[in-house]
Design a binder for this molecule. Structure first.
Ligand code: PRT
Ligand code: ZN
Length: 225
């Protein structure tokens, strides 16, 4: 039985978005307590189940209609959307609104000794990234060919390890780049967390609950501004 009368919301289990995602839902009046061992947390006062997963899984779960809503970084959402469009898999979802946390940018960065004029300085070179689709879109728009070095983690050490000439990675303060002898040359995507809805949610009762939550999210964020 995969259908549920309860609204399913996917949030990051543990990571940079998890505390603020939980906090936001609590501020919207959803009462729940998290058991670290459990994938699902049932809300006590509303027909809502929270699904606690890796952030990378959230867009796909929403696009496939497995869950009704999700809280996710726009960077991960956009990357998955391009990936799925390429593979002809369901790639639609509704972005209900941007949130007020999770701010970062996806940037190109190169070693301090690299003399960088513009993105064409990377022509023919190897770039390490966990965001191959966003990188390809940017480089295609600029008409630059480059070589991929796909890494799920430790992207910032790739140039020093001799695996790549530059990187395309998330930056917030810039401290990680600096610590690894790199400097930021170009922002290719600016991101915030956002709240998304599946296009497959049919039930009017669930839609009413989604509308109620969204209106509360709007109120909570307005009050924090
Ligand atoms: O385990 P799971 O897959 O769920 O988590 P994850 O490790 O993939 O993601 P996580 O928790 O690190 O990040 C979740 C989301 O937070 C990202 O997809 C972004 O939308 C957002 N976010 C905001 C960031 C950052 N800021 C950020 N600074 N995600 C990652 N970073 C990393 C970056 O990759 C680099 O290693 O922090 C480092 C750079 O930070 P500064 O401050 O040194 O520039
Ligand atoms: Zn992740």
């Amino acid at each position: 039985m995969t259908e549920s009368n309860r609204l399913r919301i996917a949030i990051q289990k543990s990571g940079r978005l998890s505390t603020e995602s939980q906090q936001l839902l609590k501020s919207c009046g959803v009462k729940f307590s998290i058991n670290e061992q459990r994938l699902i947390a049932h809300a006590d006062n509303m027909p809502i189940d929270l699904l606690r997963v890796r952030d990378d899984d959230i867009p796909g779960l929403v696009m496939d209609g497995v869950v009704d809503m999700g809280i996710i970084g726009e960077n991960v959402l956009e990357e998955e959307q391009i990936e799925r469009q390429t593979l002809n898999k369901p790639a639609d979802c509704l972005k209900l609104r941007q949130l007020d946390f999770g701010s970062c940018r996806l940037s190109l960065a190169v070693p301090t000794e690299f003399s960088y004029a513009d993105a064409s300085s990377l022509e023919g070179l190897r770039i390490a990234t966990s965001y191959p689709n966003l990188l390809r879109r940017f480089m295609q728009q600029k008409g630059i060919t480059y070589r991929d070095c796909m890494l799920k983690g430790s992207v910032e050490v790739a140039p020093r390890a001799g695996l790549a000439d530059g990187i395309c990675d998330l930056v917030s303060t810039g401290a990680t780049l600096e610590a690894n002898g790199l400097y930021e040359t170009e922002v290719i995507y600016r991101s915030m967390a956002c709240i998304i809805q599946s296009t497959q949610t049919q039930s009017p009762t669930k839609q009413a609950l989604i509308d109620k939550i969204l209106s509360r999210v709007n109120g909570v964020i307005r009050a924090r501004e």
